[in-house]
Design a protein around this ligand. Structure first.
Ligand SMILES: C[S@@+](CC[C@H](N)C(=O)[O-])C[C@H]1O[C@@H](n2cnc3c(N)ncnc32)[C@H](O)[C@@H]1O
Length: 399
């Protein structure tokens, strides 16, 4: 069983720094997934010298602590008294951290909640790394943080056993210094790394650029830019490819949203097909939004105008209701280990709210996901635009 799944999502997070009632974002009373796991617990017990073994407590007093990749803010919240700096890619994770700090009665100085695109602190004394799902993101972020790490920096990673591979340890070794792991405890493991000032890992190899194939409509042969961790950063996704072959041409002046934009290839195709359209790129990943902006500017010119928003689905606070003509959407199938249905449903309901009467939502998805049922329920209509054995492109109109 997935150790993160428990029928009692409300189980409090018990740590040496106190007991915390944590939430994911958006908060959902039916949510069965906890906002913390055994990897978070193990790291905190280790820091307090309560994890067994020879190591005593880690001295945190007065030291600049950086928490990289904290999923829902469990580590940042537990260590709030030490004023850690959090560095994370996910907008949802940041919103959860803010909510969890507030629940814990802690202050949440926005200067301490950095994104993976922000300039990192100049000096790091304690670096705590919640190993991300994406090895590329870990590689990129370790490269960015390496100049701030000094020989006295305590570097500790944590993750579930299934998330820590030889390649993960090799990254720490290659970028920061000699690395070893702890014994496993409740299927979690710690990573201990001793910074080696003689190492010169060089700059991050990210972002990655690749040329699109010659048969994908307006973006044929064009270049896409991918910051580390972005969806399909190495090659075009086959669902996206199918979508590109069936996109509508936006009318001049139409406001078009590329929802869950990833590297921005879909919105860029729409902008090339309909040069008068106003494009809005939305993703919950800061890495994705930065990629979309670079893909768009690479193909439309450095001065081309569009909006680039980091947000959850089409939240009303970022896109005014009734202001959009067309939404293009390839929903995620996995989002933070949560059921995709929930994210797709939020994207569809947000799209309906954002669309003008007569506006359209175009969705590509795996045939077996049955998005047409949801769209019909929400919009009262849903038309099959194109299909192959694996994917469908669907269109729903706001009446
Ligand atoms: C299947 S990918 C599609 C990416 C791109 N449109 C393409 O077709 O290559 C889904 C995207 O949705 C984003 N996403 C996941 N949850 C989201 C949310 N709640 N709000 C906005 N974007 C989200 C992911 O970061 C990812 O970039």
């Amino acid at each position: 069983m997935n150790p993160e799944i428990t029928p009692a999502a409300a189980t409090p997070f018990s740590t040496p720094w106190g007991v915390f009632d944590l939430t994911r974002f958006p908060e959902d009373p039916r949510e069965r997934l906890r906002a913390w796991d055994a990897a978070d617990e193990y790291l905190l017990r280790h820091l307090a010298g309560e994890a067994g073994g020879a190591d005593g407590a880690t001295d945190l007093a007065g030291r600049r602590i950086v928490v990289l990749g904290d999923r829902w803010g469990a580590l940042t919240t537990a260590l709030a008294a030490h004023e850690p700096v959090q560095i994370a890619d996910s907008h949802l994770g940041r919103r959860a951290t803010l909510a969890n700090l507030a629940r814990a009665g802690a202050t949440s100085d926005p200067a301490r909640l950095l994104t993976t695109r922000d300039t990192p602190p100049e000096r790091i004394d304690v670096l705590l790394v919640r190993v991300p799902k994406s090895l590329a993101l870990l590689e990129d972020q370790l490269h960015r943080l390496a100049p701030a790490v000094h020989p006295g920096t305590v570097v500790i990673g944590t993750g579930m056993v299934t998330e820590i591979h030889t390649s993960t340890l090799q990254l720490f070794e290659r970028i920061l210094g000699p690395t070893r792991t702890s014994l496993a405890a409740r299927k979690a493991r710690l990573i201990f790394c001793t910074p080696d000032p003689a190492l010169d890992p060089g700059p991050s190899p990210w972002p990655h650029r690749y040329a699109l194939p010659p048969d994908v409509g307006p973006v044929s042969g064009r270049t896409v830019v991918n910051h580390a961790g972005t969806f399909c950063a190495e090659r075009l996704d086959i669902g996206t490819r199918f979508f590109l072959g069936h996109l509508p041409t936006p009318a001049p002046g139409a406001r078009v949203v590329d929802l869950g934009c990833g590297n921005g290839v879909v919105g860029t195709a729409a902008a090339l097909a309909g040069p008068g359209a106003e494009l809005v790129f939305v993703d919950e990943s800061h890495q994705a939004v930065a990629s979309a902006e670079e893909t768009f500017r690479t193909n439309l010119g450095p001065d081309a105008r569009a909006e680039f928003l980091t947000a959850d689905a089409l939240a009303a606070e970022v896109i005014a209701p009734g202001s959009v003509d067309l939404v293009l959407n390839n929903p995620p199938f996995h989002s933070h280990q949560a059921t995709t249905d929930a994210t797709a449903w939020r994207m569809f309901t947000g799209s309906r709210r954002a669309l003008k009467p007569g506006g359209e939502l175009w969705v590509v998805g795996n045939r077996h996901l049955g998005y047409h049922v949801k769209l019909r329920r929400l919009f009262g209509n849903c038309q099959l635009v194109a299909g192959n054995p694996k994917f469908v492109v669907l269109r729903a109109v706001k009446r």
